[in-house]
Design a protein around this ligand. Structure first.
Ligand code: KG4
Ligand code: ZN
Length: 340
C-alpha cells in the first residue's frame, strides 16, 4: 500500500496504451490499437496513428482505471512516453498526460520509450539486482545497452547501423506476402518450416567485429532474402515460404543472441534483459535461454504481451522513478521524437 500508484501513457507509435501499477505490481494494462488501419498501407501512417490516439486516449484511461479499481485521485504520479517515436503520436499522449496532471495536481514524468521497454520486466521478475545488459529489439530500434540503475538511464554499447530487427521482420514478411506487422506471421510460419537456407549474419566477420562488435545490420539480410525469393520466382519454382521464414528468423536470432551474450561476458554481467516487440519472438526467447545458460547468464524476458508497446511499461518506469526519489518533469517538457 505504501508503494507508489502510477498511471502510464504510451502513444509513440500505433498502440494507445494505458497501464496502472502499484510498485512492481501490474493492476491494469489497457490497449487500443490502430494497427488494422495501417495494415493495408504495409506500415504505420503517422497521421492515422495520431488521430486514432486522440479518439482512444480518454476511453483507454477510463478502462485502465476501471480495470485497476482505482480513481484518478488515488494516483501518486502520471508517466508518459516523451520519446522517441512519431512526433504527432507522441504529442497526443504528452498533451493528454499534461492535462491530466494539471487537473489532478499530480506529478508527471516524461519518460524514454526504450528505457520503458527494459523497465517492464520488473513487473514480472521484480527489480534488477546489480547491472544488466539489455537487448532492445523493436520496430524502430535494435540496441545493446548496459543498465546499472534504471532510474539513472542506460548506457548504449551498440545499435543497428541500418534497419531495426522488427523492421527486417516487417519487410521480409511483406515480400513473402504476409500481413503487417510481420513478426507474428513469420514466427508462426517458421514453426512449420526448417531453417534450410543459410542467410548472411550481418557484422559478424572478424573484421566487422573489430569496429562493430556490439552493432547490428539487417538490411543485407533482407536483401539476401529478396534475391533468394526472386531467383526462385524466375525459375518458376515454388517459394518454400515456411522454410524461408525459418531461415530468416534463425539468422536474426543467431546474431542477436550471439552479440547479447558477448556483451554480457565483455561487461562481466550475469543478467540479460530482452525487451521490445521482437522479444515476443518464440525462437529468440528459446535461443537466448539456451545459449545464455551455457555461460551462467540469466535471461529475463517478460511475457510476449508486455514485450510489444503498452502502457504498463511506462507505468513501470514511472514507478521506478518515484521510488528512486527522482524529481518530476516540469509541465513544459517537450515531446522528443528523436530522443536518444
Ligand atoms: O516494441 P514494438 O511493439 O513497437 C516499437 O516500439 O517499434 O515493436 C514492434 C515490432 C514490429 O516490427 C513487429 O513485427 C515486431 O515488433 N514483432 C515481432 C513479433 N511480435 C512483434 N517480431 C518477431 N517475432 C514476433 N513474435
Ligand atoms: Zn516499442
Amino acid at each position: 500500500r505504501d508503494e507508489p500508484l502510477v498511471l502510464g501513457i504510451e502513444t509513440s507509435c500505433d498502440e494507445t496504451g494505458v497501464g496502472i501499477v502499484r510498485g512492481h505490481t501490474l493492476l491494469a494494462d489497457a490497449l487500443a490499437s490502430s494497427v488494422d488501419e495501417h495494415a493495408r498501407f504495409g506500415g504505420v501512417v503517422p497521421e492515422v496513428a495520431s488521430r486514432a490516439h486522440l479518439e482512444a486516449l480518454v476511453p483507454t484511461i477510463n478502462r485502465a482505471l476501471d480495470d485497476a479499481g482505482v480513481k484518478l485521485a488515488d494516483l501518486d504520479a502520471i508517466a508518459v512516453t516523451a520519446g522517441p517515436g512519431l512526433a504527432g503520436a507522441l504529442l497526443v499522449g504528452v498533451a493528454g498526460a499534461k492535462g491530466l496532471a494539471l487537473a489532478t495536481e499530480k506529478p508527471i514524468f516524461g519518460v524514454n520509450h526504450l528505457a520503458a521497454h527494459v523497465a517492464v520486466d520488473t513487473l514480472e521478475h521484480g527489480p534488477f539486482t546489480g547491472p544488466a545488459i539489455a537487448l532492445l529489439v523493436s520496430g524502430g530500434h535494435s540496441s545493446l545497452l548496459r543498465v546499472d540503475d534504471l532510474s539513472a538511464g542506460v548506457t548504449p554499447m551498440g545499435a543497428t547501423i541500418d534497419d531495426a530487427a522488427g523492421e527486417a521482420f516487417d519487410k521480409v514478411a511483406r515480400l513473402l506476402g504476409m500481413p503487417f506487422p510481420g513478426g507474428p506471421p513469420i514466427d508462426r510460419a517458421a514453426r512449420e518450416g526448417e531453417a534450410t537456407v543459410s542467410f548472411p549474419r550481418g557484422l559478424t566477420t572478424a573484421r566487422d567485429l573489430q569496429s562493430h562488435r556490439f552493432d547490428f545490420s539487417f538490411s543485407g539480410l533482407k536483401t539476401a532474402v529478396a534475391r533468394w525469393v526472386e531467383a526462385r520466382e524466375r525459375d518458376g519454382s515454388p517459394v518454400p515460404v515456411n522454410d524461408v521464414a525459418a531461415s530468416f528468423q534463425e539468422a536474426v536470432c543467431d546474431v542477436l543472441t550471439m552479440k547479447a551474450i558477448d556483451a554480457c561476458r565483455h561487461a562481466g554481467v550475469q543478467t540479460l534483459v530482452i525487451g521490445g516487440g521482437v522479444a515476443a519472438n518464440s525462437r529468440l526467447r528459446a535461443m537466448a535461454q539456451e545459449r545464455a545458460a551455457k555461460h551462467g547468464i540469466t535471461v529475463r524476458v517478460p511475457r510476449p504481451k508486455l514485450c510489444t508497446d503498452n502502457g504498463a511499461m511506462v507505468a513501470a518506469l514511472g514507478s521506478h522513478l518515484v521510488a528512486a526519489g527522482r524529481r518530476p518533469s516540469k509541465l513544459d517538457f517537450p515531446a522528443d521524437s528523436a530522443m536518444s
